[in-house]
Design a protein. Structure first.
Length: 107
C-alpha cells in the first residue's frame, strides 16, 4: 500500500516536470528568410534561441517548444550583423563640428 501512495505522489511531479521541460527555447523566430553565409543558408527557416544563443535552425520547429514566438514571414533574418558606424574626428579644436562631442570618438 505504501508503494502505491509513493507512486501516486511521484507521478504528478514527473508530469509537471515534463510540462515545464517542454518549452526548451526562450525565443523562436518562425518563417523568416534566413541568410547565413557562414553556413550557406539562403531560404525560409526557423531559428530557435536558448539562453541568448542560437540552439537550432530547421525548416519547421514546433511553436510549442518556445516561450515566445515571433512570426517573421516576409522578413529577412541574418545573424551576426554589427553596426560599425561611428563619428570620428581629428584633433580637439574647440567649437568645431563634433569636436569633443558625446557623439564622437577619437580616431
Amino acid at each position: 500500500m505504501k508503494k502505491v501512495k509513493v507512486i501516486l505522489l511521484i507521478c504528478p511531479l514527473l508530469l509537471f516536470s515534463l510540462i515545464l521541460k517542454g518549452q526548451s527555447y526562450d525565443l523562436l523566430i518562425k518563417n523568416g528568410h534566413l541568410i547565413d553565409s557562414k553556413n550557406n543558408i539562403d531560404q525560409v527557416m526557423d531559428v530557435a534561441i536558448s539562453q541568448g544563443k542560437i540552439a537550432v535552425v530547421e525548416k519547421n520547429i514546433s511553436a510549442k517548444l518556445a516561450k515566445k514566438v515571433i512570426d517573421a514571414k516576409g522578413l529577412m533574418v541574418s545573424p551576426g550583423l554589427i553596426d560599425i558606424h561611428s563619428h570620428n574626428f581629428h584633433g580637439t579644436i574647440p567649437d568645431r563640428y563634433l569636436s569633443n562631442s558625446f557623439a564622437s570618438l577619437p580616431p
